[in-house]
Design a protein around this ligand. Structure first.
Ligand SMILES: Cc1cc2nc3c(=O)[nH]c(=O)nc-3n(C[C@H](O)[C@H](O)[C@H](O)COP(=O)(O)OP(=O)(O)OC[C@H]3O[C@@H](n4cnc5c(N)ncnc54)[C@H](O)[C@@H]3O)c2cc1C
Length: 586
């Protein structure tokens, strides 16, 4: 695995496309902890640690997988030592609250480090991502006592975090959760029940695993309003912060999976386990949502990291592998590198175009999350609500497509384990499924974010687009019109759904196509933003950088943006073609 983080691309986005320094300087909570020099130093060091420490573990981790013996989960060779080094350097607490030992870095920088981690090893990245997510939830909703006791240990990576929602009968529909939490006289709770598919639910990388568990009180109202959130440690924690005895939390087994084999996916049994309420009774889902916004973006970035890693592998292979001859060469005896062939170039360009726009979407989403946390504007919450499900689903759907294309560039060699590209295809696949399937993300996007309030969230994004595209040059004027027209059509279609009788089925049947149409329109906007920012930057990044950006943007508009129209037409086609067939006839 020869993953190398694209630091220059990342710098370009932070510095030139999104002018991060301006936002950081205007935001008191960030002005003290971060400036562009610090951010670049973090990116350089992140690139080094992911290349030297994490990427070398990726293949071995896949071959070896996690082991489950006598109730203990063991991660593959090298993971424990590498995680200790990673944690000691402060990476788990990169975005954590400085008051409790975190580094306080903004999410728009954090997304770029996340991409590096996923690019180097999906499985390794998940352990720290879940820990950072659990810490974020405690920081946002926990009592001062919980924050003081748990956050420093989570940020330092000595303890790890897990998110326990799913049960056999409660997947997408969490109303069916059965895990019970019974209040105790001392203010704590006793939890009993079984959770399945818990990422990092148990392992040997940390001294303690802190579970954030959705459960129901005995008198809870029915439905999702009856869920409360609890912090349940694997080992109890004494008042002085030292570890006590084993809590009633056991790993029952680990799953054998298609990919991310070095990530422990656990059945977790709670038997009268001592837990502590996080946030308010019956408001567990609301508390979980803070964390979910970050986790969903993080999982989107899993798709992005895999696409970038696939691009690097396929590009290098296409330059070396010689087969066939380029146009005009006739059928002589020689052979050219396959990068001369139009079809191979198409594949590489598609991956590059989707990955670079995808990275811009990740940074834009990170910026809006930072604004929401530190200084929200009128539209910030609406933008976050729209961008997070879009980023989660679009980055992972196109992430799988990109890794498959990268594999295709390798021909038969891509199907063979040695080249490493098939692992990317297997590893990225889960990102479309967990953290809420992409179908559920699309329903959330269309049903809960686009349609309410007369399309206010979409209008907020459109206002941002038209503000940002004001200074697009004449050369790109036609593409600018296409993008603005595309957003207009998305708003019109939202209005059509509102007017329909059977909007439930119509929305359900159309949501994924609507999300994809919005994705292609948004990438059009982001490509225009990038080519505009790249103009005149020859002195900073070199002429090839600017030239390459313009060429990939032209490819995007010529070959990928037309997909917008197809997805919009499918979304508009109505539910009948989907709902008519009797279930018995499938
Ligand atoms: C490797 C792995 C790691 C995981 N890690 C975690 C974790 O750390 N913590 C955790 O709590 N969970 C975790 N999960 C669980 C994961 O989040 C769920 O599997 C996922 O949310 C889907 O739930 P389900 O599997 O029950 O599928 P189901 O809910 O049964 O869905 C099946 C299909 O029906 C569709 N569907 C369901 N409802 C609707 C609807 N209303 N409208 C349209 N389509 C619908 C879905 O999109 C899907 O295509 C993990 C799962 C895996 C495989």
């Amino acid at each position: 695995m020869h993953y190398k983080a694209p630091v220059q691309e990342m710098q370009f986005l932070l510095d030139d496309v999104f002018q991060a320094s301006d936002f950081w300087q205007q935001t008191p909570a960030l002005a003290e902890s971060v400036d562009m020099d610090t951010a670049l130093a973090i990116l350089e060091e992140g690139a080094r640690i992911t290349r030297e420490l994490i990427a070398p573990l990726n293949r071995g981790g896949d071959e070896e997988g996690v082991r489950f013996e006598a109730g203990q989960v063991t991660t593959p060779t090298g993971f424990k030592a590498a995680y200790a080094t990673f944690a000691e350097a402060g990476w788990v607490g990169l975005g954590g609250e400085p008051e409790y030992g975190g580094m306080g870095m903004p999410k728009m920088l954090g997304v770029l480090f996340d991409e590096m981690c996923y690019g180097a090893s999906n499985a390794f990245a998940l352990y720290s991502s879940l820990t950072a997510g659990a810490a974020l939830c405690i920081a946002s909703h926990g009592s001062d006592e919980l924050k003081q006791r748990y956050l420093p240990m989570l940020y330092s990576g000595q303890w790890a975090g897990a998110m326990d929602m799913t049960e056999p009968q409660a997947g997408s529909d969490l109303r069916h959760i059965r895990t019970k939490a019974v209040p105790q006289e001392d203010g704590s709770y006793r939890l009993s029940g079984t959770k399945i598919f818990i990422t990092g639910g148990d392992h040997d990388l940390a001294e303690n695993v802190i579970h954030l568990v959705l459960a129901k009180l005995p008198d809870a109202p029915g439905g999702s309003r009856g869920l409360s959130l609890f912090l349940v440690p694997k080992f109890t924690v004494n008042a002085d912060g030292s570890l006590g005895g084993r809590n009633g939390v056991e790993c029952g087994s680990v799953e054998h999976k298609m990919g991310i084999k070095a990530s422990a996916t656990c059945v977790i049994n709670f038997d009268q386990a001592q837990g502590y309420l996080v946030g308010q009774v019956n408001r567990g889902l609301a508390a979980m949502f803070t964390m979910m916004n970050y986790e969903r973006l993080s999982i989107g970035i899993q798709g992005l990291g895999c696409a970038e890693a696939g691009y690097q592998m396929a590009r290098d292979y296409a330059r070396e592998r010689k087969q066939g001859q380029g146009s005009g060469q006739g059928l002589g005896s020689g052979a050219d590198p396959i990068i001369v062939h139009g079809d191979v170039r198409r594949m590489l360009l598609q991956v590059a175009a989707m990955t670079e726009a995808g990275r811009a979407l990740a940074v834009l989403s990170g910026l809006q999350l930072d604004k929401l946390k530190h200084q929200p504007e009128a539209d910030t919450a609406a933008l976050v609500g729209l961008l997070v499900p879009l980023a989660k689903a679009f980055l992972t759907d196109t992430g799988l497509e990109s890794t498959v294309l990268a594999q295709q560039v390798f021909g038969g060699h891509g199907y063979i384990r040695e080249t490493g590209v098939e692992q990317l295809v297997r590893d990225v696949r889960i990102a479309q499924i967990y953290e809420g399937t992409n179908g559920i993300q699309a329903l959330d996007l269309l049903g809960r974010k686009v349609l309410p309030k007369e399309g206010a969230a979409l209008k907020a994004l459109m206002a941002l687009v038209s503000r940002d595209l004001a200074d697009v040059g004449e050369e790109w004027a036609a593409q600018k019109r296409q993008v603005e027209d595309a957003f207009g059509q998305l708003l019109d279609l939202a209005g059509e759904f509102k007017a329909r009788d059977n909007a439930g089925d119509a929305v359900n049947a159309a949501a994924v196509d609507y999300l994809h149409a919005l994705g292609y329109a948004t990438y059009g906007y982001l490509w225009l933003k990038m080519v505009t920012a790249a103009q005149g930057q020859e002195a900073k990044f070199g002429a090839p950088f600017t030239e390459r950006k313009a060429a990939i943007a032209r490819f995007y508009f010529a070959r990928l943006f037309p997909r917008f129209g197809a997805h919009l037409a499918s979304a508009r086609a109505g539910e009948q073609a989907v709902m008519d067939l009797d279930a018995a006839l499938f």
